[in-house]
Design a protein. Structure first.
Lengths: 440, 180
């Protein structure tokens, strides 16, 4: 029987697999590094110390090592498929990858071994890559409005504003290592963290969750305009927290965190409401991690509020960052990635194979169980280690997290292996048969 | 009048455009889902039709509600339901035309969700498939692109799929109920 399916217009929506493969591959490798660096930085993290060193390297391993490449791959590949648009050319994707990955290696490495020229060089390379990527992201996000998630445009717009401010502060901070120009480096670093982490990353998460999570659950996205209150509140909160931190006004920082909590609550409520009306009968294990990520975001914000209110000691700032980055961000990303990787592989089997492979059969499940258990345990152990000031607990948690991250790599490799096995089993595409495509 | 019954139900009962019996549609070899959605689509604003069925056809009612129709089902006895379907007066014809399209030809029942904006094609396809009665065992599904995310859900619902062909306008899957 002739079995063939041209991609139905989706061929031009698929990047060459080397682009998402490289970006996602870099992200899963940086995932391991993020945990190992956290273990190395245990004493600094417990003390809540800033400045170049393994702690900043661990923080940036998540932010620019895992998050940015994943967002870049999702925007350049998943957004075109999910919203029926043409994908950008592969060469653009490869330039973005080279700049983001090269910049991340320099930046993270520079922080880890405290070599400031590396940090500055990495920041420059990454800024160039980000500039190119943002042009692509704005075009695709704007084009995605017809698919319903018009709010995504607003969230990404807000994220760009905050990330620009945060990157600007980062450049000033990086320059200031050699030529001090800031009266209060700690205040600027706090503003950078608030703007980049809870502002920029928060709004990116908010915006793309409106597309990706309903897609994973086969559900309608939240109604147009429904995310605006959450987006506006998050933007306001981040600006308040940044301003409060820069000018030494804890009341403003507190107000910003409260606004962030309200925004997080609104976002979670919207997502839950969308998921409740899903058509997918059984949500996969990825939604355990996605829901865990929501809980950890709220916990991170509550901890930050406790510190600002004087209820918790200042040294727990490290806990806030770990709960947010290794907790909230990594839980969400690994949850989404474990569905997106087989999804992309399946799309490529549609293009190249005689029969498309079903998403659920392209990936070995046991490593995901290992990852989920290790990841949750790692976050709990590291958090406990910071609270009770025991570096061994933090290191144990970090090693557990690294084991989970390696298990995630095994899963990613299994997706590639099972896809290749499927391709060998069914053979290449043959010529199409005809079917009527309109009412006669 | 039964408790909670909307006022429009009496008007439909008094002058239905058509009264269908599910058993007659099935015995005539027709597809209940297609016949009833086509009948509903043919209603003018404010008009209604009646369906007599041995059960409450909730998936059909849900699909029609999603497309802007009003429905009211009433149990008259054991295995006897009277369902009223009305196009609301305030909704113009065009407002209801954005849903999936159906047609029959020599290849069978076609379900076309290509005109819907993403992610509605997958969602509408599943809604319609969930609403099909047991008699409809084969469907040709037209989608704007190959519905990778749909395949596990189809299999979960007992539909086998086969990729038939593709066109510049989308993809086509032949769906059939698993014998198992």
């Amino acid at each position: 029987m002739a079995i063939n399916l041209p991609l139905g217009g989706a061929a031009q929506r698929l990047l060459h697999p080397i682009v998402p493969g490289a970006l996602f591959g870099f992200a899963v490798l940086a995932h391991v590094a993020a945990w190992l660096l956290l273990g190395w930085a245990a004493p600094e993290v417990i003390a809540g110390q800033g400045g170049p060193g393994p702690a900043l390297a661990a923080v940036h391993a998540v932010a620019v090592g895992v998050l940015l490449p994943t967002v870049a791959a999702a925007v350049m590949q998943i957004l075109p498929v999910a919203t029926l648009q043409g994908a950008p050319p592969a060469w653009i994707g490869l330039i973005v990858f080279a700049a983001l990955a090269g910049g991340a290696v320099l930046l993270i490495g520079g922080f880890a071994v405290v070599t400031l020229p590396m940090v500055q060089g990495g920041a420059l390379v990454m800024a160039a890559g980000l500039g190119l990527f943002l042009v692509v992201a704005v075009r695709l996000t704007w084009g995605a409005r017809r698919a319903g998630p018009g709010d995504t445009v607003k969230a990404v717009g807000g994220a760009l504003v905050l990330l620009t401010l945060a990157v600007g502060l980062a450049v000033v901070l990086a320059t200031g290592y050699a030529h001090p120009i800031l009266p209060d480096r700690a205040a600027a670093a706090g503003a950078h963290a608030a703007g980049a982490l809870f502002g920029g990353i928060g709004l990116l998460v908010m915006g793309f969750s409106g597309i990706l999570l309903p897609m994973l659950a086969v559900a309608e996205p939240p109604p147009h305009g429904s995310a605006r209150p959450a987006i506006a509140t998050a933007l306001l909160g981040a600006l308040l927290a940044m301003g409060g931190s820069l000018f030494g006004l804890p009341v403003l920082v507190g107000a910003g965190i409260v606004a962030g909590l309200i925004a997080a609550g609104l976002h979670i409520w919207l997502m839950q409401r969308a998921l409740a009306k899903r058509m997918r009968r059984r949500l996969g294990r990825e939604f355990h991690l996605i829901r865990l990520s929501w809980g950890l975001l709220v916990l991170a914000l509550l901890t930050a509020l406790g510190i600002v209110a004087g209820v918790l000691p200042d040294r727990l700032e490290g806990l806030v960052v770990v709960l947010a980055l290794h907790g909230w961000v990594l839980s969400l990303l690994t949850g989404v990635l474990q569905r997106i990787l087989p999804f992309l592989a399946s799309m490529h089997t549609v293009r190249a194979c005689a029969k498309a492979a079903v998403v659920t059969r392209l990936g070995w499940a046991p490593p995901l169980t290992v990852h989920a258990v290790c990841h949750a345990g790692a976050v709990a152990l590291v958090a406990a280690g910071i609270v009770v000031e025991i570096p061994l607990l933090v290191r144990g948690g970090a090693i557990l997290g690294a084991v989970g991250a390696v298990a995630f790599i095994v899963f990613a490799v299994s997706v590639v292996a099972l896809t290749l096995r499927h391709a060998r089993a069914v053979g290449p595409k043959s010529s199409p048969v005809s079917v009527s495509v309109g009412e006669s | 009048m039964s408790e909670g019954q909307p006022s429009w139900v009496a008007a439909v009962d008094a002058a239905p455009v058509v009264e269908h019996r599910l058993a007659d549609i099935v015995s005539g070899g027709g597809s209940p889902f297609v016949v009833l959605t086509e009948s509903a689509e043919a209603l003018a604003a404010g008009e209604g039709l009646v369906l007599i069925a041995p059960f409450h056809p909730q998936p059909l009612c849900r699909t029609l509600n999603d497309r802007g129709f009003e429905t009211w089902a009433e149990q008259l006895g054991e295995a006897l339901w009277r369902v009223r379907i009305r196009r609301p007066p305030a909704v113009a014809d065009g407002a209801l035309s954005s849903g999936p399209r159906f047609w029959f030809d020599a290849q069978g029942l076609h379900l076309d969700v290509r005109a819907l904006p993403p992610p509605s094609p997958m969602i509408e396809a599943l809604r319609v498939l969930d609403g099909l009665s047991g008699g409809e065992d084969s469907v040709l599904l037209h989608t704007p692109q190959f519905p990778v995310h749909l395949l596990p859900e189809l299999e979960d619902r007992g539909w086998a799929w086969e990729d038939v062909t593709g066109t510049s306008e989308g993809a086509v899957l032949r769906l059939s109920r698993d014998a198992a």
